[in-house]
Design a protein around this ligand. Structure first.
Ligand SMILES: [Fe+2]
Length: 295
């Protein structure tokens, strides 16, 4: 019987990889965004006593209009350049994919009535959201990943249709992992509030310029984190369409809802490892440990 060893909200600002001076990334920095980076450090330490065989990540920056897509090639390597912040992120990646698990989740989602597709193009450029989240959680790159695209149902139809799709996808993911016999770490790669500044300071890591974009966003982020910390995942999803609209949340890409459903709508408290702003957006590193729910 497979198991989910943990689920994490693992946002992907490329600034964090830049600030870490990761060897794979070309640009150099003087640091910055330490609280979030220390949050990731705490998350990595927390996972140390729980080995896992694969990482399944749902990424906002692999956007697919028709259906939910899954990486289906055993190995990818290339240079990833952030289209918005090419000054911060030019990252040489090499990663392995757990194609069997990818296919199993894809099949389970299709059986649930979702439109799905395996992505078999070996020249495919893996999106920077996947790369950033995986790097920050597991910089060794020694565990194969499964990457799921973010379907555009929220944009094409409505937030409610998008949410229904992500719940079905999360539940399918949960069933496929249970049948796989594998120990799996789940990552939702999105930020929370996402209205952001449109100009960057001269020095990107000048922390005197960094703060939340507005108070409304801050209040929404704290409300949402309060739900997570109290185990109110059903209420979190009930409020999700409003959060998406009122805080311009990156949850509109579906990753967090997918994660909550895959975790079985946890009623146990999540651990917030860190919260911080990146160019005004709200980002939190949050862990759900199913052992807390008696699993
Ligand atoms: Fe993003």
């Amino acid at each position: 019987m497979g198991e989910i060893v943990a689920g994490m909200l693992a946002p992907h600002p490329p600034h964090l990889v830049y600030a870490e001076n990761a060897p794979q990334n070309e640009p150099r920095s003087e640091g910055g965004w330490e609280v979030l980076r220390w949050g990731y450090e705490r998350a990595r330490k927390s996972l140390e006593d729980r080995p896992y065989d694969a990482i399944v990540v749902h990424s906002p920056h692999w956007r697919t209009t028709v259906g939910h897509h899954f990486l289906g090639v055993p190995h990818f390597e290339s240079l990833s350049v952030d289209p918005v912040f090419p000054n911060l992120f030019r990252y040489r990646y090499a990663l392995d994919v757990d194609v069997a698990l990818s296919e199993a989740i894809c099949d389970e989602a299709a059986a649930a009535g979702l439109t799905t597709k395996m992505m078999r193009n070996p020249q495919f450029r893996v999106d920077y959201g996947t790369i950033t989240s995986c790097h920050l959680v597991r910089p060794e790159w020694d565990i194969p990943i499964v990457c799921i695209s973010s379907n555009r149902a929220y944009y094409t139809f409505s937030n409610d249709v998008g949410e229904a799709q992500m719940v079905a996808l999360g539940e399918a993911t949960r069933r496929a992992i249970a049948a796989s016999g594998k120990r799996v770490l789940l990552l939702a790669s999105n930020s929370l509030s996402h209205r952001h500044f449109t100009e960057e300071p001269e020095l990107p890591e000048d922390m005197s310029c960094e703060h939340v974009y507005n108070h409304n966003q801050y209040l929404w982020d704290m409300r949402v984190l309060g739900h997570m910390r109290a185990g109110r995942s059903r209420q979190l999803l009930d409020e999700m369409p409003d959060f998406i609209e009122q805080a311009v949340s990156e949850c509109k890409e579906g990753s967090l809802t997918w994660l909550i459903a895959a975790l079985g709508f946890p009623e146990y408290p999540a651990e917030v490892h860190g919260y911080g702003n990146v160019i005004g957006t709200g980002n939190a590193v949050v862990e759900w440990d199913p052992r807390r729910g008696g699993a």
